[in-house]
Design a protein around this ligand. Structure first.
Ligand code: SF4
Length: 105
């Protein structure tokens, strides 16, 4: 299995002492740019995409990106979350992500 780790945002709602990720202030891709990137990953025979951050659920269209992957590719989806805000957010967007094998950590 070929897995791509994708840092969809560097923003985070925590400031863990050992982590400098939220300080990186890296520009984010737009939704349309992510769709192009996902298409490229698919052409490279990536079959699993794992979203990281920062806190990935803070990316404005995070679940729209997940929905695109679920409905338009053969790739599996997973993501890592710090869990601080994601429980309610995941429940709210459950219909977008339940349809295919996915995991969240
Ligand atoms: S939750 Fe993760 S990304 Fe956010 S500050 Fe802590 S270690 Fe860094």
């Amino acid at each position: 299995m070929r897995t791509a780790g994708v840092f969809i945002t560097r923003r985070c709602n925590l400031r863990c002492l050992y982590c400098n990720v939220p300080k990186l202030n890296t520009p984010e891709l737009t939704f349309e740019q992510w769709i192009k990137a996902i298409k490229i990953l698919e052409k490279l025979n990536v079959n699993k995409i794992h979203f990281l951050g920062g806190e990935p659920t803070l990316y404005d269209k995070f679940f729209d990106v997940i929905e695109y992957v679920v409905n338009n590719t053969n790739m599996e989806c997973s993501f890592t979350t710090n869990g601080v805000t994601s429980n309610g957010v995941v429940k709210k967007n459950y219909r977008k992500i339940w349809q295919k094998s996915w995991n969240w950590y």
